[in-house]
Design a protein around this ligand. Sequence first.
Ligand code: URA
Length: 288
Amino acid sequence: MTDDRDLLAYLDFHVAAGVDAALDEAPHDRFAESASRGRPASESRPAPESRPAPEPRPAAEPVPAPAAAPRPPARASTFGRSAAAEPGEAAGDARELARTAATLEELEQLLARFESCPLRFTAKNLVFADGEPTARVMFVGEAPGADEDRVGKPFMGRSGQLLDRMMAAIGLDRTNAYVGNVVPWRPPGNRNPTPQEIATCKPFIERQIALADPDILVCLGGVATQTLAATKDGILKSRGRWFPYRTERREIRLLATLHPAYLLRQPLQKRLAWRDFRVLRAALDARA
Ligand code: URA
């Protein structure tokens, strides 16, 4: 006989496992559904429910989609091969698709229909970007959390508020800076994105950077830095360092710094981030 305590324990178990949001009103037995149709459950998943003046800089030439870029498969209104894709295949799908986007708007639309990253099925919203896409500086975080997932924009929660204060300290805000994430969907329960999820999403953030074409890329934390800078060093070693970053258009500069979520846990380390932000301000001023 199930009583309230059993139900609460059952809910606690799911929350501890990272299942903290209901995707639908009623439960589905995917095993039974797929058995009756004779194909994997992942293939029968329903589609999920589905910026004032920048720091001035010369208008950027559009980044052309490479002439030989294959168009996305015309077979459906979604792209990719659903959550069952092999790791290499999913990243391959992403690479092929990302290069077909000629604008940031197109890239966001492609991502919204990309099905090879399983995170999209547990996230409420795609979290593509916030801020001014023509800005000279772009910040890249790791992956959205619950607040970002709810709002559909990066850095909306406590770490976002800290990021906003850090940016404000050097005269930046979301009208003169652009903000994105390596992974645009929330990993359930705020777990770290897996290497496979990062590899699948990497072509999209690379294309997003190329299309936004900032002068300076600021990587917030180890995941963004290790994904985009040519380093395997931990963030406490790489922070404050400049790395060259090659887009499809040109070489720009990448600055590694600490993630605001880490600074919330380790407030004494804010002095290191403050040093990095002053270096960033000086670099922007030097090439104003
Ligand atoms: N942490 C990130 O890395 N990105 C967000 O958008 C929010 C929190």
